[in-house]
Design a protein. Structure first.
Length: 95
């Protein structure tokens, strides 16, 4: 099991906490600098959704595959959004 940290002020870096060694370790960086990003996990992939790159809101979405330890771009949203995580939390509570 791993825990991921995707946070900060317009960063592309990501760290994973590995309980087996008791440390945070860097993973491959996202291709896009993001802050105020939404993050969700589904079917073994971690998704970075929208956010803000320091200049504009983002519609792009990236997925991290823990088996390959690589990020890839997936379908973008139809609208640029930041603070997506607030909506994800509300959806999880409702459903």
């Amino acid at each position: 099991m791993k825990f991921f940290l995707i946070s900060g002020d317009s960063l592309s870096t990501v760290e994973a906490y590995k309980p087996s060694i008791g440390r945070w370790v860097p993973t491959e960086a996202m291709s896009t600098v993001r802050s105020r990003v939404g993050v969700a996990s589904l079917h073994g992939r971690l998704y970075a959704i929208g956010g803000y790159n320091g200049n504009e809101r983002l519609a792009t979405v990236e997925a991290y595959d823990s088996s390959t330890e690589k990020w890839s771009m997936v379908a973008s949203m139809s609208r640029k959004r930041r603070f997506v995580y607030k909506r994800l939390i509300i959806l999880r509570i409702i459903f």
